[in-house]
Design a binder for this molecule. Structure first.
Ligand code: NAD
Length: 363
C-alpha cells in the first residue's frame, strides 16, 4: 500500500502523523511511505531521518495526498485539505466530527473512508488513541500549574515542593482518570501535598493503593471541595462525563474561598471546562486572572510538547496503521472490533451513529 504523511497545516500544530520508527515498520512489510518535506521538523525528525529508514519525500501537500492510498496524520483535515482527499482513500487521524458540520459534509462528499482516532474503542470502553494525549495533558497540567504559582506569573509565589522547614504547595485534582492520575504523579514527585477528588469510589480506592504517601483521596462533592479551597494553591480540573459537558465544580462564587494567586488549570476545557469562570485560551496567551485567581485553560495542551506528543501518539496508532496497511481497511476492521468503531464515514455515508444523530443524517 502507498501511505502518505502530510505536514500538519492547522495553526500551531507541530505534531506529525508518523515517526521514522513507524515508517521503518511499514517499509519492512513492503509498503511505500511518502512523507511531505519538513513534516516532522517541529517534532524533531528531519527529512533525512525519514529517508534513512526508507521513506520517500515529496515537496508539496498536494502531491502527498494525490499519491497515497492511505493518509496518516494528526489533526482533522481543514478546508484547504478537503479537496485533496480522494474517493476511496483511507484517512486515519483525529476527526471530532460531531463538533464540525462542514468537515462532516466535506468528508461525505469526498467519498473517502474516514477512520477517527478518537472513536477507536476497546471492549472495556477505553479509548487507546486518546489515552496518550490525556497522559501528556495531565503531566503538563502540573508543570504549568507550578510555573503559574510563581509570583512573576501572577501566582502566590509558592514552590511546589517547599524546602526544609517550609510546607510544600497543596494541589487539588478534580477527576482521578487518566489526566488526573498523571497530574497527581508529577505533583507528588515534585513533593506537593496532593488531594485527588472523584465520584467513583472504586477508582479512589485503587488510587489510594497505588499512589505515593503524599497523595490522599477525597469524595468529590460541592461541600468537600468548598472545605478544601481556602488552603489549596493549585487546582487541576480533569473531570469527564462521557458525551456530556463538564460540570462546573467551582463556581464564580467559590473563587472567593481561595486566596489571591491560587492557580486553576482547567484541562477539561475541551468539554466546556469544569470551572464556571473558564474560557478557552491558547499557548500564545494561556492564562488570565479573575478575582485574583489565575486561570489556565489551553484547549490543546499536548501541542506545546510535540516531541513527546508525537512519540506518544504514534506509539499508540502504529499497530492500527500496520493492520490497515497490511490487511486493507475492511479486513482490518473485521478482525478488530476496536478499530471498526473508529470508522466514521465510508464512501459518502456516515457510519458512526453519534455523528449521524448530531447532524440528523441517515445512518
Ligand atoms: P477519564 O474518563 O479518564 O477521567 C475522568 C474522571 O472524572 C473519571 O474518573 C470520573 O469518575 C471523574 N468524574 C466525573 N464526574 C466527576 C465529578 N463530579 N467530580 C470528580 N470527578 C468526576 O478522562 P481523562 O482522559 O482523564 O480526561 C479528562 C478531561 O481532560 C476530558 O475532558 C478530556 O477531553 C480532557 N483533555 C484535555 C486536553 C487538553 O489539551 N486540554 C488533553 C487531553 C484530555
Amino acid at each position: 500500500m502507498i501511505i502518505g504523511v502530510p505536514k500538519e497545516i492547522k495553526n500551531n500544530e507541530n505534531r506529525v502523523g508518523m515517526t521514522p520508527a513507524g515508517v521503518a515498520e511499514l517499509v519492512k512489510r513492503g509498503h511505500t511511505v511518502y512523507v511531505q518535506a519538513s513534516a516532522g521538523a517541529n517534532s524533531g525528525f528531519s527529512d533525512d531521518d525519514y529517508i534513512a529508514v526508507g521513506a520517500k519525500t515529496l515537496p508539496s501537500i498536494e502531491e502527498t495526498y494525490a499519491i497515497a492510498d492511505m493518509i496518516v496524520k494528526v489533526k482533522e483535515p481543514i478546508a484547504p485539505e478537503y479537496k485533496l482527499i480522494k474517493k476511496g482513500q483511507v484517512v486515519f487521524t483525529y476527526f471530532h466530527f460531531a463538533a464540525d458540520k462542514l468537515l462532516t459534509e466535506a468528508m461525505i462528499e469526498s467519498g473517502a473512508i474516514c477512520i477517527a482516532y478518537e472513536t477507536v474503542e476497546k471492549e472495556d470502553h477505553s479509548l487507546p488513541l486518546l489515552t496518550p494525549m490525556s497522559e501528556v495533558a495531565g503531566r503538563m497540567a502540573t508543570q504549568v500549574g507550578a510555573r503559574f504559582l510563581e509570583k512573576p506569573q501572577g501566582g502566590k509565589g509558592k514552590l511546589m515542593g517547599g524546602v526544609t522547614g517550609v510546607r510544600p504547595a497543596r494541589v487539588l485534582i478534580l477527576g482521578g482518570g487518566i489526566v488526573g492520575t498523571n497530574a497527581a504523579q508529577i505533583a507528588a514527585g515534585m513533593g506537593a501535598e496532593v488531594l485527588i477528588a472523584d465520584i467513583n469510589l472504586p477508582r479512589l480506592r485503587y488510587l489510594s493503593e497505588v499512589m505515593p504517601k503524599n497523595v490522599k483521596t477525597l469524595y468529590s462533592s460541592t461541600h468537600n471541595i468548598k472545605m478544601e479551597l481556602p488552603n489549596i494553591d493549585l487546582v487541576i480540573g480533569s473531570v469527564l462525563i462521557p458525551g456530556d459537558k463538564a460540570p462546573h465544580l467551582i463556581t464564580k462564587e467559590m473563587l472567593k474561598l481561595m486566596k489571591p494567586g491560587t492557580v486553576l488549570v482547567d484541562v477539561a476545557i475541551d468539554q466546556g471546562g469544569c470551572f464556571e469562570t473558564s474560557h478557552p485560551t491558547t499557548h500564545s496567551d494561556p492564562a488570565y486572572v479573575i478575582d485574583g485567581i489565575v486561570h489556565y485553560a489551553v484547549a490543546n495542551i499536548p501541542g506545546a510538547v510535540p516531541f513527546t506528543s508525537t512519540m506518544a501518539l504514534t506509539n499508540a496508532t502504529l499497530p492500527y496503521t500496520v493492520a490497515l496497511a497490511c490487511k486493507g481497511w475492511k479486513q482490518a476492521c473485521k478482525d478488530d472490533p476496536a478499530l471498526a468503531l473508529g470508522v466514521n464515514v465510508v464512501e459518502g455515508k456516515v457510519t458512526y451513529k453519534a455523528v449521524a444523530d448530531v447532524f440528523g443524517l441517515k445512518y
